[in-house]
Structure formats: C-alpha cells, structure tokens
Design a protein around this ligand. Structure first.
Ligand SMILES: Cc1cc2nc3c(=O)[nH]c(=O)nc-3n(C[C@H](O)[C@H](O)[C@H](O)COP(=O)(O)OP(=O)(O)OC[C@H]3O[C@@H](n4cnc5c(N)ncnc54)[C@H](O)[C@@H]3O)c2cc1C
Length: 419
C-alpha cells in the first residue's frame, strides 16, 4: 500500500492531494472485494491467486485484470447485470432502481435557475434530459455525475464518442468549482492510423504490453526510450509520450510520424501463442487492422487518453454545489495529480463513487457542499518528470544532427547503434 501511494504521488508529479491518494490506495482492497461480490471475476495466475500485471510507473506488479485485456468490459458487464437484476422497470417503483436508457442529460436543475456560474452555488434539484428527442425532467434529492472524460476534444484520442466533457459543462453552468483542467494525459501507444472525425477511437495498445517487455523503436530500428528516462518504456505515460515527441524532433522526423512498438521479443521469450492468450482483444484488433504483432512491429502514436482535471470534489464526492456529487473521470478528487498512474482511474471511480453514495445515504453529509476551494492540492513545486527536461535545446539538436549524418557498419544512422 505504501508503495502504491508512493508510485501514485511520483506519477502525479507531486501535484496530487495526498489525502485523496491515501483514501484511494487504502480503501482499494475493500472496494475490489466488493466488486467480486457483484460477480466480477479477475484472472487467476498459475497458483490460483490473482494474476498481477506490471504497468508503467508501478514499482511492482499489482494490476488485476479480467478476460486478459478486457478488464473494463468485464467489470461493466458484471455491474450492469447486477443493476438489471435489481431494477424496477416500472417508473412508479418507489425506493428501487429505475433504469432509463437512451437519455441525454442537457442541464442540471437547481433551486435558483436564474443565477449563472459566478453567483453563489444554488442547490442541485434534478436533471433536464432528452428521451427519444423529447424534453423531460427528473426531480432528485441528489445528482451524481458520472459522465466520463473529454478525449473527443482532441483530434487524436483513445476515448469513445461519448467523451465530450458534458458533465463538466453541466456542473460549470450550475456554478460548480472545477480544477486542474489543464492536466490531460496522452497515452503513448495507440495504433497509428488515419483519423476519421467522429469515427472510432484510436486503438489502444495497453501499457501492460510494455509491462510484459515490448520496446519502442524509431524508424531506424533504434530503441530510444533508455536515452530519455531510466525506466525506459515503463516511465510514466506523460514521459513516454513527451519522449516520443522529443525524439521525433531530435531526429528531424515529422511530428506526426509514428514510432514502432516491438512485442516480438515477448512471444520469443514466453513461447508461441502467449500474446494471443494474454492480450486476446489487442491481438484480434491489430490482426483486423492488418498486423501480426508476433512477427511485425506496430506503428504507434500518442493520443489524448485521460483527463486528470474535472469537477472539484472533496473526499466524499461532494462538489461545491449542494446536492451535486461527481465520481469517475468527470471528477477531480486530486488523487491523480498532474498525471494518472496507470490503472488508477477505474480504482478512483470505484472508491470515490462508493464514498459519494455513502455520503448521500449517510445524510450527515448529504445536501452540504464541499468547501468552495477543493481539493486543496499541495503548494509544493511540481517534481520534474519531463523527458530530458523539455524540448531539445540547440546544442542537443545540432549534436543529434551531426550524428545523423554518419552511418555505421550496419547501415543504420550512427546515433542508432553502439558502434
Ligand atoms: C481504451 C481505454 C482503455 C482504458 N484502460 C484502462 C485501464 O486498463 N485501467 C484503468 O483504470 N482505466 C482505464 N481507462 C480509463 C477508464 O476506462 C476511464 O477513466 C473510466 O472508464 C471512466 O469511467 P466513468 O464511469 O467516469 O465514465 P465512462 O465509463 O466514460 O461513462 C460515462 C457515461 O456517461 C454517459 N454520458 C456522458 N454524457 C452524457 C449526457 N450528457 N447524458 C447522459 N449520459 C451521458 C456516457 O454515454 C457514458 O455511458 C481506459 C480508457 C480507455 C479509453
């Protein structure tokens, strides 16, 4: 647990809220056990215990997964099934779950609708939404926003088409405080392909693939990450993404060029069929895109992936608007700091989502708002985690250019091999 806390703070560049990190890491075990009670089954290792994966910036293998690389889908499927078992589809059912699909929330209702974002926060009293195009309203004692992220604001993203920052806009219009909006994480390894506006997201090649030993090569076949960070391909995501940009700039390649993820060594080391067993979804998706990653490298590029910022909440999911809660990617608890540690997002939604519900049900905290300025992030200067300290300076650029002019005995540029 202490190591998980330390890793989360290190990846977050010291801009995390330490209390939120402590809650996240100490309460994770209990909430994961809760998931298992709702039918989520995590993959088991050879000895029968949980199979734990290593991901970037984690100092130990500690990531649970389900269905190989289908963890989110497996969790969602089990929880949806559990909700539907308890749902009362009759809208008049009192005190039970009512499920309404295809609803698009357009506004939060408040007790002072005439006041704009600059006024003192009114109280949230429900939502206005469209159902099959028809405007409807739902009055509520409390509203929990769980509308996800905003990757679709960027040209290249791993996020689904629904990640359009709706929750943040709804909360902002209702007068809620927001925080850390400038912190957006770029995942370094999504399959490079032409972007189709409004089309499918860029295919994510999970960090766990690098955790299993895949490396990043440039167009000349040179493994460049060790030049940028001691943890090489397992440096924090933002560092790897920035290193790719730096390396492309340093070697004179166009900024939107791909680099190459080489997983061939994994298959060679772990035996034929390992990649397909460990990463069935990625194997199928890359095959559909025309690649056999057991014998070929994959062209990859960074893409907008996760929003650390969002609607400010305290440790109980309360926003600055009484009656309005937020959890998951739309919320900013402060646990992620400037950069989320891999796989801490599902955990954050789980832990703080449960806390928000407890706060509401507990009554004592329901209806009250979090302090206006929440969370209180540390004032310490951010710890530098950038790759090579930022963009290459003129001296570095000219040294690289000099090296690039020569070729070694393998015919590669001199800077790419040891000779
Ligand atoms: C490809 C990919 C892989 C990932 N892998 C991992 C991983 O391995 N581990 C990890 O921890 N995290 C991972 N993440 C991040 C993690 O999946 C997300 O942070 C998390 O799913 C966010 O959950 P959420 O419940 O906050 O939002 P979401 O799961 O995005 O759900 C938001 C929901 O709100 C709905 N919604 C939005 N706007 C409105 C509106 N106006 N009206 C009504 N409904 C609305 C959406 O339709 C959607 O159903 C991954 C993300 C991606 C994209």
């Amino acid at each position: 647990m202490a190591a998980h806390i330390a890793d989360t703070l290190a990846a977050g560049a010291g801009l995390n809220d330490p209390d939120a990190v402590r809650v996240l890491c100490t309460e994770a075990v209990r909430d994961i056990a809760g998931l298992q009670r709702f039918g989520v089954r995590f993959d088991a290792g050879p000895g029968g215990g949980p199979a734990l994966g290593l991901e970037a910036a984690h100092s130990a293998a500690r990531i649970l997964h389900a269905g190989g690389d289908a963890t989110g889908a497996r969790i969602t499927r089990a929880l949806v099934a559990s909700v539907l078992e308890r749902a009362v589809l009759n809208p008049t059912g009192q005190g039970r779950l009512r499920v309404e699909t295809g609803a698009f929330v357009t506004d939060l209702l408040t007790d002072r609708p005439e006041q704009g974002p600059t006024a003192d926060s009114p109280r949230a009293t429900g939502v206005a939404y469209l159902s099959n195009g028809q405007p409807r309203q739902l009055q509520a004692d409390a509203v929990l926003l769980a509308t996800g992220g905003a990757g679709r604001l960027f040209a290249r993203t791993s996020n689904p088409s629904v990640a359009t920052a709706d929750g943040l806009a709804l909360a902002w219009r209702a007068g809620a405080a927001v925080h850390d909006l400038e912190f957006f994480q770029f995942h370094p390894t999504t399959l490079a392909a032409d972007e189709v506006p409004g089309g499918p997201p860029a295919l994510l090649i999970s960090e766990a693939v690098r955790g299993e030993g895949a490396v990043l090569l440039d167009a000349a076949g040179y493994r460049f990450m060790p030049d940028y960070h001691p943890d090489a391909e397992l440096a924090p995501r933002d560092v790897v993404s920035r290193s790719i940009a730096l390396h492309l700039a340093a070697t004179g390649a166009p900024a939107d060029s791909p680099v190459f993820l080489d997983a061939r060594g994994i298959e060679a080391a772990r035996g034929p069929g390992f990649l397909a067993r460990r990463f069935p979804s990625i194997t199928a998706a890359t095959r559909a895109a025309g690649y056999d990653w057991t014998t070929q490298t994959l062209p990859v590029s960074p893409a907008a992936h996760y929003w650390m910022g969002g609607v400010s909440t305290d440790l109980w999911g309360r926003t600055s608007v009484p009656g309005l809660y937020a959890a998951g990617e739309v919320a900013c608890t402060g646990a992620q700091g400037a950069n989320r540690l891999a796989s801490n997002s599902l955990l954050e939604g789980l832990v703080f989502g449960r806390r928000a519900v407890e706060a509401f049900l507990g009554g004592g905290l329901a209806g009250t708002s979090a302090p206006r300025k929440v969370p209180s992030h540390g004032t310490a200067a951010p710890r530098a985690v950038s790759a090579a300290g930022g963009l290459p300076d003129a001296r570095f650029r000219s040294a690289i250019a000099r090296l690039r002019r020569g070729r070694n005995s393998n015919g590669c540029p001199r800077w790419c091999c040891e000779d």
